[in-house]
Design a protein around this ligand. Sequence first.
Ligand code: FAD
Length: 493
Amino acid sequence: MNRTDWIIVGAGVAGCTLARQLGSQQTGSQPGRRVTIIEPCVSPDSDSPPPIDQQRPSRWLTLLGSGDDWNLSTEPSEHLAGRKIVWPRGRGIGGSARINAMIWFPPTEVDFACWESASGGRRSIRQWRDAYQVAESIVCPESPCWISEASRRFLSVAETLPDASPMIYQRINRNGRRLDWAPMLKNTDVVRATVDRVLFKGDRAVGVSIIKDGSPSELTSRCGVILCAGSIATPTILMRSGIGDASELSRHGIDVRVDRPMVGHKLKDHLVMPVIFETNFKDTFRLNPSARDVARWQVMGTGPVVSNLAESGGLFRGGEFQVHVTPTHYLTFPADSVAPMMTLAINLTRSKSSGQITIPSRDARSQPTIHPNYLSDASDGDRLVSAVNDIRKLVGQSSLAQCITKEVIPGNRRIDERSIKQSIARFSQTLYHPVGSCRYGDQIDTPVDADFRVRGTGGLWVADASALPDLPSGNPTAAVMTWAILAAESIAG
Ligand SMILES: Cc1cc2nc3c(=O)[nH]c(=O)nc-3n(C[C@H](O)[C@H](O)[C@H](O)COP(=O)(O)OP(=O)(O)OC[C@H]3O[C@@H](n4cnc5c(N)ncnc54)[C@H](O)[C@@H]3O)c2cc1C
């Protein structure tokens, strides 16, 4: 293969967006720039669009644990009753967007201000906003034309709250089907391989070493390498390349290239606490719909089959926490339940607790070690309890109360702070939003600088969720695309 201009590592949300943007600069009088993206192979037919059944929005749940998932899990969490939490991450073109719940949540003004501040003023709120507009024009998110009774009833009472912004979530869908990300790579060479580490000449990144069909080889590039392998894999690639905490790297026999103790640190995630109710709603949501509903979806793109389960919700108490409404028992679905269920899943928008990613060895095939340190900052637990109580109050003091036959989790007997905290420790889950493990910023201790460059190197950038300086206010795909668009502008110069 001839030498490419840029190598992008990982064809997930950031990688596909970046490839599209860098590739689109090949038009007009500009000399052609070649972009190569590297993504592991899932299966022989992994480049074809997913079969029709998998395009049904609610099917994302059954993709977890499939061949499209890296099947990761955390170390035992001290504040979650010692539980290991399953951390799905998508694999194949589209990355985690192959298996995600497809909610499109635009960044808020708080997010734009946070990003401007992280850049030390190098990138203005306006630039971030403009980049978001480009992201939106690429995805063209859909407003669903069907929501469940659970969503309808919840929204009608939430709309009466003064400090809430309830909403039906927009979807990353086309005609009620999961978006296919592969068309974004039409100007890009795709190599199916796993990246082990970055290759350098002096301080400059000149390519990557890869494992393809079980054998090691190398790919080189003229302009450099952009890491988009996501919040878990990007820091591990940096560490294997000798960029990280010097003492940790030496322990694994890795030559230290740049001593950057913060690589892998400041990892954050949205921890979600499901408050689950049994109801007297007329409809029970089923993963396997009737033939009539399937036909309605296929022909008209509407009906219960367009549900992505997490249909609606919004930001509450002035943006302090987010809610996802599902017409299911969040923890046992798709197993049938005795009565129609509703879950109000609650997460803090910005937790203070942060964790870290480390590598157990220098072997690229070894699973990274994930310590999310959920609730290690005590104030997060206090704020989550208070959010749970807010939502219980909303349900108990509104017309929704007539529809509830039983609170299943935490349960009516769990009223005091201690027992709600026990419930959180036992039942809360990841909302699948890890960010920040290769934090961007103008401060000297951030691994990535305000131009998306890995500090202490040349020709090496990070443009994925790992670079986000903090959790975004909502679901991160729109934020990650926004970052990739500004990174592409910066990298292409
Ligand atoms: C189950 C689930 C549900 C979610 N629901 C939503 C939602 O509804 N809305 C929302 O906004 N967000 C959601 N998210 C989060 C969202 O999908 C991620 O934040 C987003 O995909 C992150 O983008 P990324 O490019 O950083 O990483 P990813 O999209 O994960 O892409 C990383 C890519 O790098 C590849 N890669 C990893 N290691 C290597 C290597 N060594 N060599 C080469 N390639 C490599 C991976 O295979 C993957 O394709 C969800 C995530 C999950 C897992």
